[in-house]
Design a protein around this ligand. Structure first.
Ligand code: BGC
Length: 712
């Protein structure tokens, strides 16, 4: 596993910004019967053998807490090696290791970029003999065709460069191999390939391709001809502004370049070491020697290799678009780590966003392996600082915890366990869950985001009006409860956390005798903290009515808002909010043409104006957390806590007259569970399939059933 190999470095690239190409030429005595390349890099890399790409992993080795863990990839390259002379090329860029995504303070502490790779190519011949090609002093490095690449700033590529000046590498005998681990997460790969749906000439006269879907990935082109030195330069955007002009000020400082210099003849290209978040691309420059055609371009969606397991379908077109936006929001932000957004200068593993969306995420896709890796990074960060901060992997030198964000350390492992049922994974995570909670007990939280982006925020504030101390106390109580359950699920003593939970609940009741915002009510209800749930629910209903049946909740309140209503007898109002079309609501963005989830309820306002350029992503999955209410309450698919992984199932649908039919299904570890209801001849009908023993609750009546399909 490369532990006994050596890192080789391209010293000329240490200042950053360059993308060294490492080259090794070698002779194969004959065509090997097997060839395996083990490799990783301090940055992101792609490898080629005789100009053919090795594997399909984009942006390998992915992003981990590099101080502790760096994944090694193993590729079967048998088909790429020929008898005689071969060339192995590896191009790297700073990526998540040392690129602009790393906070400048952390970068300053890291000093120069250690532009290094470590690899071993093993050839096995027919007679059983093997030949090893390791990273050593026989390698060379130089500047290749990738002139520049950065996660935020895009890629510059010169197709005329086919081999520059090469110098010997430096073998770094001091560099440790201790952090190397086998690939743990899903690899990142290409998925959907979209053709442009329209070539728009904007009022400003700019040529813009519309791919019809906001996505994460990159455009590719294939040209029949061009002249050396001609250029293709593209810019990216998620939306057009109210006049129909290209708009990407919301990308902030992320330059998102795509600058390609042609060689002579037919050619094709897609970036290698970056990604973009976009629906529209503006053609800033195109070879004058050939007529422009949109047909030269495609957009390729790139994300972790997660398998779709969930389905949400309704009779309502706008709801279906919302469901599609939830799925796309997930795909776009599941690029090796669960990120906030894929386009501006963030794209970070924000822990708050991750925890509010984890339940929906585990139903929509099989994300167990994806989260397994991210949870290892949570554990690694807890190992470093005793807690996690706002972002995992941490891109800054400090670890600043915040309630509802850092509590992902507890909430994510517990939900992943509930959804997939792997006790060993929960066991593995228990230490970091416990250490994190004990640190919060000792130190409290270091920062408050409040009900982030709540609409009851005072003007100019992002944090909503919900009292941060209330959120903190509610989340601490929730952590205690989940930690107690986790201990008990593993057959351990959870009594310390049961007691702490009781104390925290009592303190919440003493400290907060009234609830002042929708989110305050929601937390008190959903976390079981309200002394008088009926009164709290009535209070929530009143606030919603006072706001004309609209929500005001932000990141903290929104995920539980509909649960708090339907769990307390107000299902109809929950549907009113789900189906609400006017601002603020889920369907408001759908009505304005959204194809992914917006960060803000008013990313674009009723006048068609953008609310701000500073904090305005059109691809944040957080509000997509409403998906778990549709699976779990509207369609009623639930996991009893003694049925982790859907070993047992409860289905208790809550239909509504305003939707003709609604259907959800989840492909679980035990088979497919699905729940559909529709109205026919004045009656509500149900079709429910369960793969295991289940409890089906229809109109308040409980039916105990075996695996099978049932009609009511
Ligand atoms: C991110 C969020 C994140 C937040 C912290 C933002 O800039 O995009 O999604 O949770 O900061 O409040």
């Amino acid at each position: 596993m490369l532990k006994d190999k050596h890192w080789i470095k391209a010293d000329f690239a240490a200042c950053g910004g360059l993308c060294p190409l490492f080259r090794k030429e070698f002779e194969a005595a004959e065509k090997p019967v097997k060839a395996t390349l083990e490799i990783t890099a301090k940055g992101v890399y792609y490898a080629e053998i005789d100009s053919k790409r090795v594997g399909d992993f984009i942006l390998a080795p992915g992003w981990t807490t590099y101080e502790k863990r760096l994944q090694v990839q193993v590729y079967d390259v048998t088909g790429l090696i020929k008898a005689g002379k071969n060339t192995l090329d590896v191009t790297i860029s700073e990526g998540w290791y040392h690129g602009n995504i790393i906070n400048p303070h952390k970068k300053a502490a890291q000093n120069d970029w250690d532009a290094a790779i470590i690899a071993c190519l093993t050839l096995t011949y027919a007679d059983g003999k093997t030949q090893e090609i390791d990273t050593d002093e026989s390698w060379f490095c130089g500047k290749g065709a990738v002139q520049y690449a950065d996660i935020y700033n895009g890629e510059i590529y010169d197709a005329r460069v086919c081999g520059g000046e090469f110098v010997p590498v430096t073998v770094d005998l001091q560099a440790s191999t201790e952090t190397l681990i086998p690939q743990e997460g899903e690899k990142i790969v290409e998925h959907e390939v979209l053709a442009p749906i329209e070539l728009i000439v904007t009022p400003k006269g700019e040529k813009v391709l519309d791919f019809g879907q906001n996505l994460t990935g990159y455009p590719a082109f294939c040209l029949p001809d061009a002249k050396a030195g001609e250029k293709i330069s593209l810019s990216f955007a998620e939306i057009l502004d109210k006049d129909g002009d290209f708009y990407n000020e919301n990308y902030r400082d992320a330059k998102c370049q795509y600058l390609y210099t042609c060689r002579d003849g037919a050619q094709s290209y897609k970036p290698h070491l970056t990604f973009y978040g976009f629906r529209y691309i503006r053609i800033d420059e195109f070879p004058s020697s050939i007529p422009f055609s949109p047909d030269y371009f495609t957009a390729i969606a790139v994300y972790s290799d997660i398998r779709k397991t969930g389905e949400l379908i309704s009779s309502d077109k706008e709801l279906n678009q919302l469901f599609s936006n939830i799925f796309w929001g997930q795909k776009c932000n599941f690029l090796d780590v669960p990120t906030d957004c894929p386009q501006r200068n963030e794209r970070l593993g924000w822990t708050g966003d991750a925890q509010v969306f984890v339940k929906t995420a585990t139903y929509n896709y099989d994300t167990e392996r994806f989260y397994r890796k991210w949870m290892s990074d949570i554990a690694a960060e807890v190992g470093i600082a005793g807690k996690i901060g706002m972002i995992v992997p941490n891109n800054s030198p400090d670890t600043i915890s915040a309630e509802a964000w850092s509590d992902a350390a507890v909430i994510v492992p517990w939900q992943v366990y509930l959804s997939y049922g792997d006790k060993a994974l929960l066991e593995r995570q228990l230490d970091s869950m416990t250490t994190y909670v004990e640190t919060v007990i000792r130190e409290g939280y270091n920062h408050h985001f409040g009900d982030w982006l709540g609409l009851d925020a005072p003007a100019g504030s992002y944090t909503g009006s919900t009292r941060p101390e209330l959120i903190a106390q509610a989340y601490l109580a929730y952590d205690f409860e989940l930690l107690a359950k986790a201990h008990e699920a593993l057959g351990r003593d959870g009594s310390r956390y049961r007691v702490l939970h009781e104390e925290a609940k009592n303190k919440f009741r003493t400290d907060f005798t009234d609830y002042r915002t929708q989110t305050e009510h929601v937390l008190a209800l959903h976390f079981g903290l309200a002394e008088d749930a009926a009164k709290a629910a009535a209070g929530l209903v009143q606030l919603i009515h006072e706001n004309n049946d609209h929500l005001t909740t932000g990141f903290v309140g929104t995920p539980y808002l509909l649960h708090a209503l339907s769990d307390n007898g107000y299902t109809e109002l929950a549907y009113t909010l789900l189906l609400q079309k006017s601002y603020p609501s889920w369907l408001f963005s759908v009505r304005l043409g959204a194809t992914t989830m917006w960060e803000h309820w008013d990313g674009i306002n009723e006048k068609g104006e953008v609310w701000s350029k500073d904090m305005n992503s059109f691809n944040h999955y957080a509000y997509g957390a409403v998906g778990d209410w549709v699976y779990g309450k509207a369609c009623g698919i639930q996991i009893p806590e003694d049925g982790a992984g859907f070993a047992k199932v409860r289905v208790a649908p809550l239909p509504d007259k305003r939707i003709d039919s609604l259907q959800a299904s989840i492909d679980t570890r035990h088979g497919k569970v699905s729940s559909k209801w529709y109205h026919k001849d004045g009656k509500t009908r149900y079709e429910i399939t369960v793969p295991v023993c289940a409890e089906i609750v229809i109109d308040g009546k409980t039916h105990k059933v075996e695996a099978g399909t049932y009609l009511f």
